[in-house]
Design a protein around this ligand. Structure first.
Ligand code: PEP
Ligand code: MN
Length: 362
């Protein structure tokens, strides 16, 4: 059961509510996001007296949560979450945010070139892996901290936010020191210690769906992050394993409206890993927007044939630019608009005021 407090609940009112819960023999913990404070109750007799509780001043709603993913569910929060990336960039509101860049950070020249091109085309976030989870131990594993430094330098030049993957618990703080969004890759969706660790950070998390994860398992993974205190979770559908092998994975487009019905968390789509074929990426991107996605995560490389990984699914900057040109009209037809990104290069005088939504304090 969850007690949702009114936005302006006063400290003495909150204390009285807690006192009442203690009287009823309940255990509870508190979470707090930008919109509200909630008391999460286990045990005790509160379920026998929900209407008496509702009458206490300061309580907005008493919700008996039936879904196993409690904090992620729409039962607890009816309105969609809007994740603040700082400097006016948000995910989950009216604006569709495009995150684009190479699969892996390879070197300064390629990264800066890609960053400038995707920023000019209207992306808001630069993607690129510094720690790569590769199927083969002999494949390029990423530049590690050097890659993070290059991403930070690309952010300085372009004003783009950066999203990058963290694959180990021990690297979470390091990656959080550089990244604007921590990416949890498909292979780590059920790495529970890693989920708990990113749940303790004050950074938004992009949680990719596992290679063969059901929607329930994916939302339960999000629950690990939320219950550790971090409410800034963005879900990412990136294709699932099916019998079809003409494509790398199968984009589960129905996951987008379904997850929106089940959860308040924003959902973005990665069409690149979904299909593994750059020819399909533009149409899948548009399908994602038509299905209600809050953003896209797209691989772009200036010379896909030379890419260290995933060149076959990477768009060239020109192809990316053409795709971006096709999106505003579609977004409008879907009642949304396209975020135009920082559209600022190097010598801009715009002040940097990055801030993050405070994580909850259990
Ligand atoms: C990636 O986005 O770089 C990546 C490795 O994707 P996924 O975890 O979806 O395979
Ligand atoms: Mn990739």
């Amino acid at each position: 059961m969850i007690v949702v407090l009114q936005p302006g609940a006063l400290p003495p009112e909150i204390e009285t509510i807690k006192e009442k819960l203690r009287e009823l023999g309940c255990e509870f913990f508190t979470t707090r996001n930008t919109q509200r404070i909630m008391l999460h109750i286990t045990g005790g007799e509160a379920h026998r007296a929900p209407s008496a509780l509702k009458l206490l001043p300061g309580i907005a709603r008493v919700v008996s949560v039936t879904s196993p993913y409690k904090l992620a569910s729409r039962e607890v929060q009816t309105e969609k979450s809007i994740i603040d990336l700082g400097e006016g960039l948000t995910v989950g509101g009216d604006k569709i945010v495009v995150m684009a860049g190479p699969c892996a950070v390879e070197n300064e020249k390629t990264l800066f070139r890609t960053a400038e091109k995707v920023a000019a085309a209207g992306a808001g976030v630069l993607r690129g892996g510094a720690f790569k989870p590769r199927t083969s131990p002999y494949s390029f594993q990423g530049l590690a901290e050097k890659g993070l430094q290059l991403l930070a330098a690309a952010r300085e030049r372009t004003g783009l936010k950066i999203v990058t993957e963290v694959i180990n618990v021990q690297d979470v703080e390091l990656v959080a020191a550089y990244a604007d969004i921590l990416q949890i890759g498909a292979r780590n969706m059920q790495n529970y210690p890693l989920l708990q660790k990113v749940g303790q950070q004050n950074r938004p998390v992009l949680l990719k769906r596992g290679l063969a994860a059901t929607i329930k398992e994916w939302l339960m993974a999000a629950e690990y992050i939320l219950s550790a205190g971090n409410f800034n979770v963005i879900l990412c559908e990136r294709g699932i394993r099916t019998f079809e092998n003409y494509t790398r994975n199968t984009l589960d487009i129905s996951a987008v409206p379904l997850v929106h019905a089940l959860s308040h968390l924003p959902v973005v789509v990665d069409p690149s890993h979904s299909c593994g074929d750059s020819r399909l990426v533009p149409d899948l991107s548009r399908a994602a927007i038509a299905s209600g996605a809050d953003g896209l995560l797209i691989e772009v490389h200036p010379e896909p044939q030379q890419a260290y990984c995933d060149g076959e699914q990477s768009l060239t900057p020109r192809e990316f630019h053409l795709l971006m040109e096709s999106l505003p009209g579609l977004a409008r037809a879907c009642g949304r608009c396209l975020e135009t990104g920082p559209a600022k290069l190097k010598n801009s005088t715009k002040q940097k005021t990055t801030h993050y939504v405070a994580a909850s304090t259990p």
